[in-house]
Structure formats: structure tokens, C-alpha cells
Design a protein around this ligand. Structure first.
Ligand code: SAH
Ligand code: DHB
Ligand code: MG
Length: 221
């Protein structure tokens, strides 16, 4: 099995199950044109996030790591009337591209995009009482994943779901001697999750157009 096959199957899934969408296509095109890295979720993963938000009946969603707003669009579209999504992005250029993409998708009124280091924005979000959030999607700098998860716990309620992206990294997560701060952050997250009594949690390995990776899903007890 190879990336080539995973990509072909992801293409098949998209062709069969995911409706063509001008705003999502335009968001990826504009992100590419602006030179953003192609590390957005895949269409199938984006739709998974959208479905999860719908299943949960999410009215408030928090996203950490906006990039060009591709996952943001999938998530924000699951919101009912009056629902809100707060998304945090460090890089002003990424945020600029995301704002334009969200405007094109007619989602600007539902999305509150905060520019700056997430660890600086999170205390403000807490003090502004923008939560509690029904769903949190953590997808930014992996070294800070333990800190983001702790914040997510503060900003959620019983029954909320917290998703953390990229917790497998081609199996590098097994490498206890890794010097890569992203792997070290991910392994620190697993340690935290294994000791954290306030959540029930699993992790799922995935293959597809974005390679071999995976996500963790936690439910707040
Ligand atoms: N969720 C997006 C992909 C996010 S990529 C999608 O699937 O479409 C990760 C993003 O996190 C990048 O845009 C990066 O600039 C941002 N990021 C990195 N460090 C950050 C930090 N400390 N605070 C907030 N965002 C950060
Ligand atoms: C990277 C980051 C992501 O959020 C992702 O989904 C894939 C890759 C990265 O930093 O390489
Ligand atoms: Mg990711």
C-alpha cells in the first residue's frame, strides 16, 4: 500500500460522496496562490468534522490553527442560525487569506478569527466568556498540544468533544527518542490524555491524500 493508492481512494471517496463546492474549491485555490502550505484537512476529513459538529448539535466551535480557513469553512457550515466559531491563527498572512476565503463562503458573520499566538488568545477567549464550546478542533503547532488540550478542557462542558489532529505522523509518534518538538509535544499529549480523568478518549490512524496520520477524539465526562 502506498500514498499513490491512498490518494486515488481519497479521490474516489470525494467523487462519490462529497458534493462539488465552489467556496471550498476557491479557498484551496486562493491558499495555494498565496503560497500557504498544503496542510489543510482533506475533503473527506473536512466533511467528517462537519458531520461531527452536526451530530453534536454544536452551536459554539473553537478551532486552533486556521491556515486558509478550509477546515473552518467545513466546521462553520455545520452551525445553526446564531451559532459561532472562534478560530485562532498565528500568521497574519494566513489570517488574511482565511478572512477572504470566509467572506467568499459567506461565513464572516459566524466566524471570529483572532490573529496571534493561540496561547495569548485563549485567556482572552476565556475572560470574554465566548465558551463553553461544544466542539474544539486542535490543529496548530503540535509542540503546544498539551497546553491547548488543557485550555480546551477549561473551555468546554460535559459532553463536548475535543479533536486533536496529526497525532500519528507516519508512526513517528512511537519514537520516544525523537528530538522533533512536534513529536515530543504529541507524546506529551498522550501522557496527559492517559492520566486525564475528565475525558474518555481514543485515537484513530488514517491514510489518504494527506498521507499516514491520525486524530484523537476526546469526550468530556
Ligand atoms: N486547520 C487548518 C490547518 C491548520 S495548519 C485546515 O485544516 O484547513 C496549522 C496552522 O496553525 C498554521 O496556519 C499555523 O500558522 C498555525 N499556527 C502555528 N502556530 C500557532 C500558534 N502558536 N497559534 C496559533 N496558530 C498557530
Ligand atoms: C502539518 C500540520 C498539520 O496540521 C497537518 O494536518 C499536516 C502537517 C505539518 O506541520 O507538517
Ligand atoms: Mg492538521
Amino acid at each position: 500500500m502506498s500514498l499513490k493508492k491512498w490518494k486515488a481512494v481519497d479521490q474516489y471517496i470525494s467523487d462519490q460522496l462529497i458534493e462539488q463546492d465552489a467556496a471550498l474549491d476557491a479557498a484551496l485555490k486562493a491558499s495555494d496562490a498565496a503560497g500557504l502550505p498544503q496542510i489543510n484537512v482533506s475533503p473527506a476529513q473536512g466533511k467528517f468534522l462537519n458531520l461531527l459538529a452536526q451530530v453534536l448539535g454544536s452551536r459554539r466551535i473553537l478551532e486552533i490553527g486556521t491556515l486558509g480557513g478550509y477546515s473552518t469553512i467545513w466546521l462553520a457550515r455545520a452551525l445553526p442560525k446564531g451559532g459561532k466559531l472562534v478560530t485562532l491563527e498565528y500568521d497574519p498572512e494566513h489570517a488574511r487569506v482565511a478572512r477572504a476565503n470566509l467572506a467568499k463562503a459567506k461565513l464572516s458573520s459566524k466566524v471570529d478569527l483572532r490573529v496571534g499566538a493561540a496561547l495569548s488568545s485563549l485567556p482572552k477567549i476565556a475572560s470574554e466568556k465566548l465558551g463553553p464550546f461544544d466542539l474544539v478542533f486542535i490543529d496548530a503547532d503540535k509542540e503546544n498540544n498539551p497546553a491547548y488540550f488543557k485550555w480546551a478542557l477549561k473551555l468546554t462542558h460535559k459532553g463536548s468533544v475535543i479533536i486533536v489532529d496529526n497525532v500519528i505522523r507516519e508512526g513517528e509518534v512511537l519514537n520516544a527518542r525523537s528530538r522533533d518538538p512536534r513529536i515530543r509535544g504529541t507524546r506529551a499529549l498522550y501522557r496527559l490524555l492517559s492520566a486525564e480523568k475528565r475525558v474518555e478518549v481514543t485515537a484513530i490512524q488514517t491514510v489518504g491524500s494527506k498521507g499516514y496520520d491520525g486524530f484523537a477524539l476526546a469526550r468530556v465526562k
